[in-house]
Write a protein that binds this ligand. Sequence first.
Ligand SMILES: NCc1[nH]cc(CCC(=O)O)c1CC(=O)O
Length: 312
Amino acid sequence: MTSSSQILRIATRKSALALWQAEFVKAQLEIHHPGIEVELVPMSTQGDKILDTPLAKIGGKGLFVKELEQAMLEGRADIAVHSMKDVPVEFPDGLELHTICEREDPRDAFVSNHFDSIDALPQGAIVGTSSLRRQCQIRALRPDLDIRDLRGNVNTRLAKLDEGQYDAIILAAAGLIRLEMPERIASFISPEQSLPANGQGAVGIECRSDDSATKALLVALEHHETRIRVLAERAMNRRLEGGCQVPIGAFAEVSGSQLTLRGLVGAVDGSEILRDQVNGACDDAEKLGIELAEKLLAQGADTILQAVYKDA
Ligand SMILES: NCc1[nH]cc(CCC(=O)O)c1CC(=O)O
């Protein structure tokens, strides 16, 4: 925020989930800072405009965040609210990820109008997901299923399911819970069956590095345990040089002062999946993430990831 404007402006995408997240941050700021004025600045990003190509093939990091960052750098907005899962590992000069809010359920959700779980699907059933991470894990569990690409925001994906284009689809549970559609979740998929993406279910807030007035307001929204978990997960991804569209899972849990981080790298066809985990002190979250990435690389993660990038 600049001293001349007392209104805090939130740059946000226009999808229902992005708007929910921005409204959530607005409401939290208003609770913690009575009298504050917060305004949403909705905008379309490149990722919202290209709807007909599988995300993995578009490539380019930060497809969903570039326009929001430009708005902050140009002073048209003060903060941007992101799903941590979609936030690139590096930030442009002048911007930083300042705040990580409390995590919603990080698991993947099995969504279907006819079946209760992946195990209950008949041979050859059609499952929609455009996430390489979900594809590879589901193929490993059930090589017989017909996995097809599924793009669009949460409501678009649900509509495609309801039209009968798929027997089931996989979505982040967090999105369905936030959009007040928990009844759509036929079952939660355990991390053993589908390890979540790094940052899944967590919301992060980005702002200008030199904007101390805004930072002071954001501190109240910080959630320490979520930060520790997401730091470890992102550190693993960063060491593997994985963008958000790679068959990589990373999931950290905290118990007291201890952190357990599980990681996975898989071939998209599910023919090969490497898994490993590390334990250690929460204070070493990032170190543990790097350590786990190196264990996976020692198992051959590099070869798998190179093949994915070549195909994309
Ligand atoms: N990649 C799209 C995206 N980004 C964040 C969420 C869900 C909410 C979250 O993880 O915080 C979703 C949809 C999905 O994966 O089903």
